[in-house]
Design a protein around this ligand. Structure first.
Ligand SMILES: *Cc1c(COP(=O)(O)O)cnc(C)c1O
Length: 395
């Protein structure tokens, strides 16, 4: 047999099996061998479906993209990228040209803010950052050269909602692309393309994969030409996703609905619990009647909500330190969407570059925390917060 020759290193076929594996096989192969130059020609021309080189595409990316396409009702196959920022880069850099203008929400994810405010201007793309919940401010920022508006549905960390309906109308009227980063809400609570966005972005790293062991992004456009441009740009720039990460993300997505339901229900309970604790100055949760955007959340999120709760301790940095120290079993870590509850302290992390005055304008004090609620038992979780809050505000 050919394969038994010592000089032949690779097997030329996997063992035959008439039955199929139930679990998607992991395909780490970077290269795919074709039989002949004629065959390779046909693969490149699209006459034959076949992989060639994994930066250009591989089975695990296609399997997980297909799942996300179905969840977002994407009309064309979405593009998997090596991180959420890879997806943001593909959109901001792959769909613009020098001389264009981009409008971004002023509470975008930190690195998206950096890309819009520093990298785009360096490349000759002007940007304006505005409150995505204030449609008049967005309209006022429009220029004849405006190419796109990039927003997140729920902002970080004050959990304000973008005026998606207003933005959809405005983008249509003015011939501007509306790009929605749907990471916080996930397709469980919000379907961006159905709502009228032109492009949807996900950091799959967060709730979608859900276990803090995958770094991955996804982007899909409603228009075929735009979607093709995103794919070609991602492949050219090397934004491609690793097969193993895609394989893990597929596994994570199998339980997304269960995880999301549990986490958002617990988040609602925790928000109410925190609001009743002495030492908690205010609670921000879009599902609560005292949230400034509660009506918009009801209209946009179709009865669902989010797993994020923010709150403010009555106290300065020492109270914040005492809180994380006492919050036993919860990770104080700059991420979200994990199976375990994580705490983020914007003043020392995501918003540390702002001056205290700028933070104050956003309502972010030293006592401000954002909680990404995980899958713990709700009663146990509330008990942990009761203890940690009382430790934080003890004299
Ligand atoms: C985390 C995050 C990103 C970036 O995703 P990475 O996978 O970390 O690169 C983008 N947008 C939002 C809203 C995020 O939370």
């Amino acid at each position: 047999m050919k394969n038994e020759k010592a000089s032949v290193i690779r097997p030329d076929a996997l063992p035959h099996s008439a039955s199929r594996p139930v679990v998607t096989p992991l395909s780490p192969s970077v290269v795919y061998a074709s039989d002949t130059p004629d065959m390779l020609d046909q693969q490149y021309e699209g006459g034959l479906q076949g992989y060639t080189y994994s930066r250009e595409g591989h089975p695990n990316a296609d399997v997980v993209a297909k799942r996300l396409d179905r969840m977002e009702n994407a009309p064309f196959p979405g593009v998997m990228t090596g991180s959420g920022m890879g997806a943001v880069s593909a959109v901001l850099l792959g769909l613009t040209r020098s001389g264009d203008h981009v409008i971004g929400g002023n509470q975008l994810y930190g690195r998206s803010l950096r890309m819009t405010s520093e990298d785009l201007p360096r490349l000759g793309i002007a940007t304006t950052l505005v409150d995505a919940g204030d449609i008049d401010a967005v309209r006022a920022a429009l220029r004849p050269t405006t190419r796109m508006i990039l927003v997140e549905v729920v902002s970080n960390p004050t959990l304000r909602l973008a005026d998606i309906a207003g933005l959809v109308d405005l983008a249509r009227e003015s011939g501007v692309l509306l790009v929605v980063d749907n990471t916080f809400t996930t397709p469980m609570a919000f379907k961006a393309l159905d709502a009228g966005a032109d492009v949807v972005i996900h950091s799959v790293t967060k709730l979608l994969a859900g276990h803090s062991d995958v770094m991955l992004g996804y982007v899909a456009a409603r228009d075929k030409a735009l979607n093709d441009r995103l794919r070609v740009f991602a492949v050219t720039m090397g934004l491609s996703a690793s097969p193993f990460d895609c394989w893990l993300a597929e596994r994570g997505l199998l339980t997304l609905e269960l995880r999301f339901e549990r986490a958002q229900r617990t988040a609602a309970l925790l928000a109410d619990h925190l609001a009743g604790l002495p030492g908690v100055k205010r609670v921000l949760y879009p599902g609560r009647a005292d949230h400034p955007d509660t009506l918009r959340a009801k209209a946009l999120l179709k009865g669902r909500n989010c797993n994020m709760v923010s709150f403010e301790l009555d106290g300065a940095r020492h109270a914040a330190n005492a809180f994380t120290r006492a919050a036993e079993g919860l990770s104080f870590a700059p991420t979200l969407g994990d199976v375990g509850t994580t705490l983020s302290h914007p003043a020392s992390s995501s918003h540390r570059a702002l001056s205290p005055e700028q933070r104050a304008a956003l309502g972010i004090s030293e006592g401000f925390f954002r909680v990404s609620v995980g899958l713990e038992d709700p009663d146990n979780l509330c008990a942990i917060f009761t203890e940690a809050v009382s430790a934080a505000v003890a004299p």
